[in-house]
Design a protein around this ligand. Sequence first.
Ligand SMILES: [Zn+2]
Length: 440
Amino acid sequence: MRTLLLLSLAATLTGCPKKGPKTVELTAPQDMTLELLNAWTAEVCALIEEESGGTFTKTPHVRLATPTELRQVVVDEAVAMDRIRYPKVPERVLRERYAGMPIAGILGKYGIFTDVMYVDTDTIWSMALEEGGPEQVPLVAKVLLAHELTHALQAQYGDASARWDELPDNDALEAFRSVTEGQASWVERRVATRLDADHVAEAMIEGQGWSFDNGAESAMSFRLWSAYGQGDVWMQSLYDEGGFERQWLMVREPPSESAMVFGSRPYAHDYREPPEGWREQFAGLEAKLGQGSWSTSESRLGEVDLRQMLFAYGEHAYDDIAAIEYGWSRTADLPDRQVQFQRLRFENEDQAHGYLELMFAEPHHQPDEQVERLDFADEAVKIVQAPGSSTGMGTLARDEVHTWWFRKGREVFALHCLYFRPGLRAPEVLTAMLALVEEE
Ligand SMILES: [Zn+2]
């Protein structure tokens, strides 16, 4: 009796049960039973612990999920991120955005708010067939588990769930995603190597539309690359610097800015306030562009945002002009339009000038995009992207975008008008912006 008690206690303490892997012949998705998935989970948990330096306090709970359940988990997480990005937008409006959105091709997901690993056996089966046949099923499932259960370990060992409530804005969120997805990707690939399943890990990256050699394939996959790809590269550099503990520090005390993930700024956990006067500087100017009750938000503009904006101008566009010192953005929405005011402070005038010059860098423009130099402030540019032109700035094909940039010394200011034609009201707003800057 005493021995039994001690044994079960030991099993609880070590978290993952140490069962051996099973060999079962699989002929249909239904053959992936919960029992089999639990056995794979046990095997993968042990490998994750070895490849991450963390320990599970309890065995992650696995569940065979319906597509509806899986969809719910994905939407809940997307809404949680939007809550940080758009703190003033009501929850109902955030949820409506995902109402009709198709969510397909997801093999499974660890629910960060439910602490459950949801698995879609049909999708795993389809991917295994693409990789060569049913004998690939265990490898696909285990590589998926290696990634997703690293998220479970982040919650258990790194207390990652608590971080979500502390993220001050979008740039901190992007930095935190590079931590969680970067570490999950890094551990996933090391576990895949242990399982002789490098080809599965590579196929999963390819499915996301980016590569370690070339970065994001398109503007659509840019944020996936910055979270998973750049996050993974950064995790390796942290490991080289200080081993697993350095990586776990980032889970517990995430970097406060995306620039730290790209190595442009040294690591720091504390939020860096905007320069005095920036926070509400352009407040109310949106009213000059249309009547109505605008919903507004202010946020830092981080390196990842600037890199995404410059993505259309070529892969080295950002590196060529170097990092911004501080960026700030005010966004105002009406149901049918959006306005963004941006302020970017560069280290010197050359960089600010280089940023404006990039706007002329052919051949990255869309065919129906008009670029014009303006005689305004130290220098200025106007770009009009007609509806139907493709995703140059990460916007949708139907969108009409009117943008003005002007430089004052080492700072660049932008006025973006999305989904509407601002006409003569825009120059009035630009004049007001310049006057506010000169008042400082
Ligand atoms: Zn993930």
